[in-house]
Design a protein around this ligand. Sequence first.
Ligand SMILES: *Cc1c(COP(=O)(O)O)cnc(C)c1O
Length: 463
Amino acid sequence: MSRAAGDRRAGLPGVDRLLARPEVRELAERWAHRAIVHAARAELERARRRVADGAPPPADEELARAVRARLERLDRPGPRRVVNATGVVVHTNLGRAPLAPAAAEHVARVAACYSDLEFDLGSGRRGSRQAHVAPWLELLFPDHGVLAVNNNAAALLLALNTLALGRGVAISRGELVEIGGSFRVPEILERSGARLVEVGTTNRTHPDDYARVCGRDVALLLKVWPSNYRIVGFTRQVGVRELAPIAADHGLPLVVDQGCGRLYRDAPGPDSEPSVEQLLADGADLVCFSGDKLLGGPQAGILVGRRELVARCARNPLARALRCDKLTLAALSWTCRAWLVPDPGAQGPPVARMLAASPEQLETRAVRLADALLALGNRVRAAVIDGEGRVGGGAAPEQALPTRLVALGVDGLDEQELARRLRGHEPPVVARVEAGRVLLDPRTLLEGEDEIVVSAVRRIVAD
Ligand SMILES: *Cc1c(COP(=O)(O)O)cnc(C)c1O
């Protein structure tokens, strides 16, 4: 039996009959024909499956409404802006680092106009895209070579492919980690064309373990910051300061994938993590890190280290495939400058400000938010309580950011339903649900977002 005959038997209309419905015909004012046809086919397919499962066939009108709803759900560009009330600062599911408004304006201008992306205005000749970030990064890391690529995974891939193609990379078994769903150190290493040389054991690795493998066609020693993973108890890892002389004795570069942490010793951030500056001072030859996790800028991968090694990475044909686009470079250029020219009028990267927020500031903001919520009526409960936020982005998983939270309740709604309705607001508000409560952390609310939270709750109470 043909599909059309099967559909007729099941009581389902053909595509043409569905397209002829007035609710669907109206869609042609806004949507391309092919989009409408595709949505109609998809809804028919869904109906077919439901009928096969024993459901009664939907009326044509119901199907037509479903076609319209399917297109309406698509009718806004993504990703959508959300309000992050979770207290997780570099939230990997919520876009990691928000840019400062001035950085975003700079990006918007570069996006909408032509720019000197690869043009030297002085000579009128071709220029380099790295020129928009390298001078700033060199000021942040004097006497080192620097290179920006699309993200930190790309930076590590590029470093391994450049320095260890077809050869061994020695890494402690305790650092063969998975960071987030799709970043697995052994897999990236294999795809880079290097060969994995495992050192030590999962919980304990000693300096001698590295020294022993250095002869085995090993091209470099790699250290990976385990980020959101910790081995505790009977453990031993070899730090950069201990490892650097071993690498040097064998004439091998020491590469560190730091990923997250902080830029300088005194930069805002978790103090349990080494800074990039410290790693370089301790003898790392090449360090790579994320532009959003450490700088509070766009997602990018920054390679910093010995000039000759960085230059080899830059010459690798893969660097072309992994390069930053102009929007990333614009955001990164603005952000690097903000670290060096801290203009008190213009605000720096929001992430740095959030990490540096004092308990007193957070208390003041939590109290103000709770008061505004309580003023919405007697269905609303809002109490200021002690709590913890997180750096996020894989940094310092065991280190909490002490904070003051607003515990929110609305009579007649359980905590899951309340959180769901907050997410249903425009813009959606994402809160934490813990121990039967909806928790709002003022730390990650940007300027003006307290009011969005209040209006979201106002709508929920009015419904
Ligand atoms: C986050 C992280 C990465 C991946 O960085 P992306 O910018 O997401 O590509 C790699 N290594 C470490 C140690 C990280 O923390």
